[in-house]
Design a protein. Structure first.
Lengths: 187, 187
DNA sequence: CGCGCGATTGAGTAATTTCAAATCTAGTGG
DNA sequence: CCACTAGATTTGAAATTACTCAATCGCGCG
């Protein structure tokens, strides 16, 4: 059932069966349909999520109604509005299904106790956080250094699967250009 | 001597004198002059750094020679080219002094042993990594959502001290606009 | 005074956005 | 199988924004 979660964790730390059982108790599995919201802007953020299958977008809608995609989350990714999650404040970003999606839900309380009682898992989350930070910094650098067309080609190279799964208008919202401009790149 | 480091750590976890002594043994203090490099693009990254005093820029220089500033690091900040640091690969960014700067240097080996042997410190670094990640995501969102002038005003509001300490051309390199464009905002 | 560095200004150019319209595509029901 | 529709994509043209390059300004310091 949760063997994808186990495999994922064991890429970083090894677990006995008993240990994984203990870890597993901290998660609830939920299924969502395309277009459903896991997190809605303005509301409390109860969980962070491990994506078992499907695809999510982490998105902020600005005053003029335009969407800006901070991140896509696919299989084996962790996602949430982490500021709202850790501070127990209300979300500034939504987390929405782009496909039918199955996730493991993780409350902050469970996160904290698991970290405290189980050093291995704390180390796992430390690794995840470090690499999450690095990934975000690389994205900042790409936004600063490259023009939209170059960013488009980098994305295409790094995540070719996305192009089969997401409409181009969303890729534009991720890259920070209008869909019209993105459309003119492909030629 | 390192009481700034201790105060900083104790904002998140409490330490006895003995514990802090143990922690402290993992750091070397170094002083650098303005314009010196702590990390140079292309070279190995031996340390991550805790800034005791002074100011640094984390910067990438592109093929055309233009600088792009990923981050400023001031007092009480941790900084490095973390991808290169954790993977023991060569740096894609430089870390350079904008002022005379004192840092505590932290090897990867010490980081790893400290995390393993001392759960409290692992928790401290987990918190730092999480908030680092959140900070980077907020920057991404700001780059996507706001135009250069709005980003300028956000920066002015969040870090007014920067404007006393750095030339505007560097703020431009942080905001992702040319210095001429930035100059036209102030009016 | 004169140098050097940073900041500003101006003008022309390039890139991107916006708005509107046209086109394409996949799925639905007849 | 075809027509229809909704959503996605493309195209065009005008307007806006930012960039580049060059020249000028301002200020602190030897």
């Amino acid at each position: 059932m949760n063997h994808k979660l186990r495999t994922h964790i064991e890429e970083i730390v090894t677990l006995t069966d008993d240990e994984f059982d203990y870890v597993q108790e901290n998660f609830i599995t939920k299924k969502f349909k395309k277009h459903q919201f896991l997190i809605q802007e303005g509301e409390q953020v109860k969980y962070s999520y491990f994506v078992v299958s499907g695809l999510l977008k982490l998105v902020h809608t600005d005053d003029s109604g335009k969407q800006h995609i901070v991140s896509f989350a696919m299989e084996n990714w962790w996602e949430s509005d982490y500021l709202a999650y850790f501070n127990q404040s209300s979300a500034t970003m939504s987390l929405e299904c782009l496909e039918d999606t199955e996730v493991c839900c993780f409350t902050l309380k469970n996160y904290q106790t698991l970290c405290k009682e189980f050093q291995k898992m704390q180390y796992f989350f430390l690794q995840k956080a470090n690499y999450g930070h690095i990934g975000s910094q690389r994205r900042i650098l790409s936004l600063l250094t490259s023009n939209a067309q170059e960013r488009y080609e980098q994305l295409l190279k790094e995540y070719p699967a996305l192009f089969q799964r997401v409409p181009k208008s969303l890729l534009a919202a991720y890259l920070g250009v209008s869909r019209e401009t993105l459309s003119r790149f492909s030629q």
